[in-house]
Design a protein around this ligand. Structure first.
Ligand SMILES: [Zn+2]
Length: 230
């Protein structure tokens, strides 16, 4: 069975296979933030189980998802809350470091952080493809630790996964606890997916996912009726 054929075995919320579900590690209730996160996701990206943008919005109460890329349906104009300061999180050439903006930002104006999700090419087009975005200032993240995203080979070498970028941006705008909450879920997703692909050891998986016993997690190939690949 290919990875794309197994949708019915996946959690409808986090999209992980069966007992690898990471929903129990998501903040419950979702994290409250002053910053509103608006994810703009390409429809091709939206189908991928390794997508991390939706994982981020599932953790955040003040968030919204806009799906773009439907040929017959133009993407809806972005509507910013009155008084909010919209910022596009993407390292275009004219981007301002987010740390500078957050230091200067009028504290009366909550930020609406617009986050393109998709591969590098899709994300770089968002500013010109979504009505209302052209005049929104771009912000970039400071150089930090490298990404721990190891689920895709085509990731941009200097890029982060979407949830890592959101976590670091909210770490600057909201504080470290929000960043840690998102990164906890993300690290569990990465480790469990690699474990299912046979690329990490069970002992390491248990260490990063707070599970006590290997029996708590069933390998996707060991589900009843599924024949293990060789
Ligand atoms: Zn789940």
């Amino acid at each position: 069975m290919s990875r794309r054929d197994n949708t019915r075995f996946r959690c409808t919320r986090c999209r992980m296979l069966g007992s690898l579900c990471v929903c129990a590690l998501m903040p419950n209730p979702r994290c409250e933030t002053r910053t509103r996160v608006v994810l703009i996701i390409h429809r091709y990206e939206d189908r991928k189980p390794t997508n991390t943008g939706r994982l981020a919005t599932e953790c955040l109460a003040n968030s919204q998802v806009i799906v773009r890329g439907h040929a017959s349906e133009p993407t809806a104009q972005l509507a910013h809350a009155p008084g909010a300061l919209p910022l596009l999180l993407f390292p275009h050439e004219d981007a301002i470091p987010l740390t500078e903006v957050s230091a200067l930002a009028d504290t009366e104006r909550p930020v609406t952080l617009i986050v393109p999700d998709g591969n590098w090419r899709q994300a770089s087009k968002v500013r010109n493809r979504v009505p209302g975005l052209r005049d929104v200032p771009c912000v970039s993240l400071p150089v930090g630790e490298p990404s721990v995203y190891r689920l895709r080979t085509e990731a941009h070498e200097t890029g982060l996964s979407t949830i890592e970028a959101v976590a670091r941006a909210l770490g600057i705008l909201e504080g470290e606890p929000i960043r840690r909450a998102l990164e906890t879920v993300f690290h569990a997703m990465v480790e469990r997916t690699l474990w299912a692909r046979g690329r990490v050891m069970t002992t390491r998986l248990l260490a990063v996912t707070n599970r006590d016993r290997p029996d708590d997690i069933v390998h996707p190939d060991d589900r009843p009726g599924v024949h293990r690949r060789v």
